[in-house]
Design a protein around this ligand. Structure first.
Ligand code: RAM
Length: 330
């Protein structure tokens, strides 16, 4: 080797040693479906976490439609791509278990967030808030809009969605209490977290239940579509819409009067926290045992319950007084 070649080699080597390429861990964020503003906000939070953690790369993905089959196909691809962790909002609690077990058997850390995978198909589940609290809030908001009596209907996401089904179950418990039994739940319909289907389902409810007073939609897609249907069909003041919505998508509907109030937690924080939780498993600082504390970066820590689930904050209420302020964020 001549002098020039060896100095060149030395320089290259020195540069490599001085700035070792940071090995990044790929963490996949698998959402129920793409094109949903709620998950876009969660993705934003995930990117913030990755920036903070430095050695993480986020793969944001999900099926076009909110189905378990679509998610299974994606997960098989992610397994082949050697991702370190999969963070998923599940379209079905049970159907995803086999593929999640396959991923975990290959050392991939699986965390569900937002909508849970059954306990044996993940290491932990991060819920945005307590299910009981959400169910209670949905009923309270409906009563605030229409009073203590009358017909109400639920417009949900997909029929298999773990989170919506848990919240609807909690709502039913609240509605069975004497203090709330004046509200009569006449129907539960599914818009599959697609705007057009949700819109048509809302129209169907208007036709089937002429005395309907409120639509409660525990989905950001459904609640916005139902409010639009109420406006378009000139039912403002006759039928009220409430549920879980994004301020950015609901501000106009609050102004039109179709919606008095709605609630949601911070989807950016939820995405951010989920990545932090997955990272703890990748680095081996979290094992997934009941009672364990999981660090969620700037959001704080959560403690796993007996089912390895943890819940974050209380849902926040929005109405004409604050919706514009938050519409800028999510
Ligand atoms: C939709 C999705 C999501 C749910 C929110 C409230 O965006 O169904 O899973 O948490 O609504």
């Amino acid at each position: 080797m001549n002098f020039r070649k060896s100095t060149l080699l030395g320089a290259v080597l020195a540069a490599a040693l001085a700035q070792p390429a940071l090995a990044t861990d790929k963490i996949a964020l698998v959402v129920k479906s793409l094109g949903n503003g709620f998950f876009d906000a969660a993705h934003q939070g995930a990117l913030e976490a990755a920036k903070e953690l430095k050695d993480v790369e986020i793969i944001y993905t999900g099926p076009a439609k909110a189905t378990a089959e679509g998610q299974i196909e994606i997960i098989n691809t992610l397994i082949a791509q050697n991702v370190k962790a999969i963070v998923i909002s599940a379209n079905d609690p049970d159907a995803l278990v086999p593929v999640m077990k396959k991923a975990m058997a290959r050392g991939i850390k699986v965390v569900s967030f937002d909508s849970a995978v059954r306990k044996d198909g993940r290491l932990m589940h991060l819920a945005p808030s307590s299910n009981a609290l959400i169910g209670q809030k949905l009923v309270t908001m409906a009563e605030d809009a229409v009073g203590k009596t009358g017909e109400v209907a639920v417009l949900s996401a997909t029929a298999q969605a773990t989170n919506q089904n848990a919240w609807i179950a909690e709502m039913k418990t609240v509605l069975a209490q004497p203090a709330h039994s004046g509200l009569k739940l006449v129907s539960v319909v599914y818009g599959d977290d697609q705007s057009d289907k949700s819109y048509r389902e809302a129209q169907g409810l208007f036709k089937s239940y002429p005395n309907l007073k409120a639509i409660i939609a525990p989905t950001t897609v459904g609640v916005a579509a139902a409010a639009k249907a109420v406006q378009d069909e000139k039912k403002v003041g006759q039928i009220f819409v409430t549920g879980l919505g994004l301020p950015s998508e609901m501000a106009g509907h609050v102004k039109s009067g179709a919606v008095k109030s709605f609630a949601i937690w911070n989807p950016i924080d939820l995405g951010y926290s989920s990545i932090h939780a997955a990272y703890a498993f990748v680095k081996g600082t979290a094992k997934g045992v009941p009672g364990e504390k999981i660090s969620l970066g700037r959001v704080g820590t959560v403690t796993l319950d007996k089912d390895n689930e943890a819940a974050m904050a209380e849902p926040f209420n929005y109405d004409a007084s604050n919706v514009d302020k938050f519409a800028k964020f999510f």
